[in-house]
Design a protein around this ligand. Structure first.
Ligand code: PBG
Length: 336
């Protein structure tokens, strides 16, 4: 229809004109409550190492990590996610270091929990740091990742982490039936309060490259890939199917991974199931933002905050991001 008036029928810019009215109609807000901080944990003490493909991110020993944990508590970040760098001599075909109660992760969890009881601790349930071949599970003689045998080991790993004090165990392995097995294992050992954050929609993504450098699994994996268990980036209905199964099996929260290339999946899962839904801004996403920032091609703070807001808009309840501490600091500065 023709508009006969010389004026626009509706001026959308009216509400955008001033800061106060922009703030009044703002639909989403980022807060430190939305953040989960992932960290790379080294054996030993008083040591840090740079991750070359993730400038600004380090691997560090537990004593150094206390400082980051303290920052999380101070800035109101609810939880930290631990990713161990396991010494090559402890990697094996049967991944038995994954359920060693005196292993790097259980020791770190116990000690962090003692010092920072109020900080949520999330541990990764997957075998890739512990296998000599870098796959997330046990393999047969053809290299195929065995499902049920792997799930049995994951259940043992979850018990060890929970007994050390992990608040949330996060199976990121994409084996079938692992949520039910982990829940049953936790319940049967009295760990009824240990939450499960299920990586339900974990895609076989090239954006994990820098992470595999960080934990040192890239060399073990070599030219191998994870296509027989992680999801095909071409699919989205399958992600709903996966999430539905994990919820039925007892997941308390769902994770979508990676983040920005999969915002549609976050939205569909949230709309379909209305469960706590999280998203992982993965290493490759961090590396892209950081590289552009270092080159002066992007304004780092503005583009990082915008990327996180896009997760909130897509329906995420929380975001796992290597930028968590920076973001919490930026948000705190904005308030003062
Ligand atoms: C594997 C695992 C991966 C990441 C975390 N845990 C990826 C993989 O190698 O399949 C990636 C995280 C990131 O890229 O930041 N259990």
């Amino acid at each position: 229809m023709q508009n006969s008036s010389p004026f626009p029928q509706k001026r959308m810019r009216r509400m955008r004109r001033d800061d106060f009215s922009r703030r009044m109609m703002r639909e989403h807000q980022l807060s430190s409550d939305d953040l989960i901080y992932p960290v790379f944990l080294l054996e030993g003490s008083n040591k840090t190492e740079a991750v070359s493909s993730m400038p600004g991110v380090i691997r560090q020993t537990l004593d150094k990590l206390f400082y980051q944990a303290e920052q999380c508590v101070k800035l109101g970040i609810p939880a930290m996610a631990l990713f161990p760098v396991i010494d090559a001599s402890l990697k094996s075909l049967d991944a038995k270091e994954a359920f060693n109660p005196d292993g790097l992760v259980p020791r770190a969890v116990a000690s962090l929990k003692q010092r920072f009881p109020e900080l949520g601790l999330i541990t990764d349930i997957a075998l890739d740091p512990y296998t000599s071949h870098g796959q997330d599970g046990l393999i047969d003689e053809t290299g195929y990742v065995l499902n049920d045998e792997t799930v049995a080991v994951l259940a043992k790993q979850a018990i060890v982490h929970a007994e050390a004090g992990a608040d949330i165990v996060a199976p990121s392995d994409m084996m079938d039936g692992r949520i039910a097995a982990v829940r049953a294992a936790l319940d049967s050992t009295g760990k009824i309060h240990t939450r499960i954050l299920a990586y339900s929609a974990k895609y076989a993504s090239s954006f994990y490259g820098p992470f595999r450098d960080a934990v040192g699994s890239a060399a073990n994996l070599g030219s191998g890939n994870k296509h027989t268990y992680q999801m095909d980036p071409a699919n989205s209905n399958e992600a709903l199917w996966e999430a539905g199964l994990d919820i039925e099996e007892g997941a308390d929260m769902i994770m979508v991974k990676p983040g920005m290339p999969y915002l549609d999946i976050v939205r569909r899962i949230k709309d379909e199931y209305k469960v706590p839904t999280f998203v992982y801004q993965v290493s490759g996403e961090y590396a892209m933002l950081k590289a552009a920032a270092i080159n002066g091609w992007l304004n780092e703070k503005a583009s990082v905050l915008e990327s996180l807001l896009s997760f909130k808009r897509a329906g995420a309840d929380g975001i796992l991001t290597y930028y968590a501490l920076n973001v919490a600091n930026w948000l705190a500065e904005g308030k003062s």
